[in-house]
Design a protein around this ligand. Structure first.
Ligand code: UDP
Length: 485
């Protein structure tokens, strides 16, 4: 008799440290559910030092299995990072199949297989082995909807998506412009285009989606998605978020937090463009001049300008900036001296969750990465949307729509895309002191309450959804696995 046999979930993380962290977080939550154990499957390609620090903090009921490295040396030197990732995922599938087979034969068994957003290709392997399979969507429901809709756009249009004459109308979503869709689908001739279109079809093999969002954040999208899944068009989606890190007391001695301690309530604009976001030297200078002219207090996480940074890489967030060459060296002459007292520029990295939850912070200039967005929401902080890559343009449209009302957007980017100092100053001032900023702050606080209720209150919708999947469908799958399939 082995009660635990089959209470085992296998989670596949796509290559790259950024993909491992949210999967590890989900695994942690799954094993908090009585009796579940988990294995996180990682790739040897693109693994980094951060992998080991993530692993060292995991509970013993979570194991790690690394798939052997696969060669992608044949890809052209200019292949996009997404092409590299998706190619690794595809080429590692035989190794994944071997691993799942041996786990199925082991005492633990496999009740459920889960891939993250970039590895839906692996669902076919789980299907072939008769394992129930889910996708963990680390972005929002609109992003998932858009990936699912890409094959339709591909079939029904011929021009580049950015040249589509009309808006892209995703079910239950704010209208998008074709150019707001993710970068890899913006060039039909690039090999990554086909890979990403096919992801939209691969998702259909899932038994369901766990999405890091919550009903109050994307209510209309959730309703439309449910209608479609009730009709069997899409697998069901479960809004189980927001999964965000809680602020930790450990940062209390951090220089940023100590600086914030001396600032008035709600006065500081926090500027940070995610783990990989960079600006050109020219744009950096405009942001600097704009912040200075706005007269607002600011805490700015400064990275090397995109045109100067030799270390910039999607996979690396390291580089402590403490060496002789610091990103702050690329700020305009005299800027740091002139803004001393009202502003703080931090090289490379800052404790974002602790900063957002500090009473002194009144606004957040963000690239609209989904984790950053949820962290802002959980802290009740309104945003200025400054999207850069991935699905951030879509997120920015959603967040600044009247529906969400959470973010302001700088207006009138120049022809060349540069946002001028005057616009930076105006939007910074408006967010911290203006009417529109106050309205966005009210929305942010409403969403903060809704997020807390969704995940914490008994019967909260995200809690219920998580319970329905893990405690419901997965328990049944586990029982079936115990009985032997
Ligand atoms: N982050 C941080 N300090 C920084 C920059 C980023 O702690 O200086 C964290 C941030 O809190 C978030 C993550 O890195 O959890 C960034 O994820 P997001 O999805 O927002 O954007 P990405 O970096 O993936 O584009």
């Amino acid at each position: 008799r082995n009660e635990r046999r089959g209470q085992h979930v296998v989670l596949l993380a796509s290559p790259g440290a950024g993909h491992l962290l949210p999967v590890a977080e989900l695994a942690r939550r799954i094993v908090e559910h009585d009796g579940f154990t988990a294995t996180i499957v990682t790739h040897t390609n693109f693994s980094s030092a951060e992998h080991s620090s993530t692993f060292s903090s995991l509970p013993p009921s979570i194991s790690i299995a690394a798939l052997p490295e696969v060669s992608v040396d044949d890809l052209p030197a200019d292949a996009r990072v997404e092409t590299r990732i998706l190619t690794v995922v595809r080429r590692a599938l035989p190794h994944l199949r071997d691993l799942l087979r041996s786990l199925l034969d082991s005492p633990a068994g496999v009740a459920v297989f889960l891939s993250d957003l970039l590895s839906p290709r692996a669902l076919a392997v789980a299907a072939e082995l008769g394992i129930p399979r889910y996708v963990f969507c680390t972005s929002n429901l609109m992003c998932l909807t858009s990936f699912l809709h890409n094959p339709v756009l591909d079939r029904t249009t011929t021009c580049e998506f950015r040249d589509l004459p009309g808006p892209v109308l995703l079910p239950g979503c704010v209208p998008l412009h074709g150019s707001d869709l993710v970068d890899p689908v913006q060039d039909r001739a690039n090999p990554v285009y086909r890979l990403v279109i096919e992801m939209g079809l691969d998702y259909l093999r899932a038994d369901g989606f766990l999405v890091n969002t919550f009903d109050a954040m994307e209510h209309d999208t959730a309703v439309a998605f449910k209608e479609l899944s009730d009709k069997g068009v899409y697998p069901p989606a479960y809004a189980v978020g927001p999964f965000v890190r809680s602020p930790s007391g450990k940062a209390a001695n951090d220089a940023c937090i100590r600086w914030l301690d001396d600032q008035p309530d709600g006065s500081v604009l926090y500027v940070c463009l995610g783990s990989g976001g960079t600006l050109s030297t020219e744009q950096t200078a405009e942001v600097a001049a704009g912040l200075e002219a706005s007269g607002q207090r600011f805490l700015w996480v400064v990275r090397y300008p995109s045109d100067k940074d030799k270390t910039a890489s999607y996979f690396s967030v390291s580089g402590d900036g403490d060496g002789e060459d610091s990103p702050t060296n690329y700020l305009p002459e005299g800027f740091l001296e002139r803004t001393k007292g009202t502003g703080l520029a931090v090289p490379m990295w800052a404790p974002q969750v602790e900063i957002l939850n500090h009473r002194a912070v009144g606004g957040f200039v963000s690239h609209c990465g989904w984790n950053s967005t949820l962290e802002a929401v959980a802290a009740g902080v309104p945003m200025v949307a400054w999207p850069l890559y991935a699905e951030q343009r879509m997120n920015a449209v959603m967040l600044s729509s009247s529906r969400a009302g959470l973010a302001l957007r700088p207006s009138n980017a120049r022809e060349d895309g540069v946002v001028t100092r005057d616009e930076v100053a105006a939007v910074a001032k408006e967010l911290i002191t203006g009417e529109k900023g106050a309205a966005a702050r009210r929305k942010a606080r409403e969403l903060r309450e809704a997020a807390a209720k969704a995940t914490r209150a008994p019967g909260g919708p995200s809690r219920q959804a998580f319970e329905a999947v893990v405690g419901g469908a997965w328990k049944k799958a586990a029982a079936a696995a115990r009985g032997g399939r």
